[in-house]
Design a protein around this ligand. Sequence first.
Ligand code: PMV
Length: 302
Amino acid sequence: MTCIGLGKIILLGEHAVVYGFPALAAALDRGVTMAAVPTPAGGSLRLDIPAWSLKILASDDHPVSRALLAITDSLGVGRPTVTLVGDAQIPHSAGLGSSAALAVAVSRAMLSHAKRKLDAKEIAAAASASEALMHGRASGVDVALAQAGGIGVYRKATGLRSFASAPLRVLVGPSGAPRTTSAMVDKVADATSASPDDKRLRALGALTDTGTNALLAKDLAGLGASMNKAHEILAGLGVSTDQLDSLCDAARSTGAHGAKLTGAGGGGAVIAIAPRERENAILTEWKNAGVTGFVATVGGGA
Ligand code: PMV
C-alpha cells in the first residue's frame, strides 16, 4: 500500500507557534508518498527517495537513519527487512514541511507493512519523535497538517482546529536556499530570550487572529496585509534573507495582496496571495529571479 504525508505552508504565525501562539496553516495538495516493499537480498531496513537523491540504511550514521529508527521504535514494529520506496512532490529543506511529510508517510507505511491499524495517535507520536530529532523544539504544526490535511489554526496546547474555507490559491516560491529549521528556531530564541512576553511574538500571534478572520470573511486584501506585517516582524527577528525579501517585494509590486516567508526562514520558501489575473506575472517575476514557483490550492470544504 502506498501511504502519504502532506507538505504544508504556514500562512501566519511561524516561530510564535513554538511559544504557544496560534498559527494559521494549510496542507498542500502534495507531499511524500511511501511504500514498504520486501528486500529480496535481505539486510537492513532501507529508505530510498530518488526524487531527493536519498538512499540510506537504518544502520547508517545519517540524520534520516536516526529519524527512521525513532519512528520504528515509537511504533514498536522492529526493523523488518524492507525497503521504504518513496517519492516526493515537494522539495526538502524548503520550509514546506518535508520532514514531517516524510515521517508521517514512513509511519503509515511501516504500520501498513506490519498489518496494523493506521492509528492517528500512534502515527502522530512516531512522527513527532522523528521531528524532535530533526528540529529540536518543534511545535508540532507540521506533523498535524501532514496527517490531517485541510486548513486550520494550530496551537501547541490544543492541536489543530480545522475549519472549512473557500479554496484559497497560494503562490509558493521555493528559493532553493536550504536551511535548518532548528538553527532558525534558535535564532528566534536568542532574539526574544525565548519569552512568550516578547512583543514581536505576541504581534505575530495577533496577526494570525486578524488574518484568519479576514480569510473567513473572504477578505484576501486583509489576509495579505497581515502577511506583509508578519514578514516584516519575522525579518526583524533575523530569519529573512535578502533573497526572500526581494521575492516578496517582487510579488507585492506585481500586484500581490501580500507576501511573506513561510516556515522557519533563513532560506526555504516564500508565499503570496494575489488576484487571479496577477498570478502569472508574479510567477514570471520569480522565474526571472531564478525561482520556479507554483500555485497551490489549499483549504476548501466550504
Ligand atoms: O520550515 P519548517 O517547515 O520546518 O517550519 C518551521 C515552523 C516553525 O514555527 C519555525 C517551527 C515549528 O516547529 O513550528
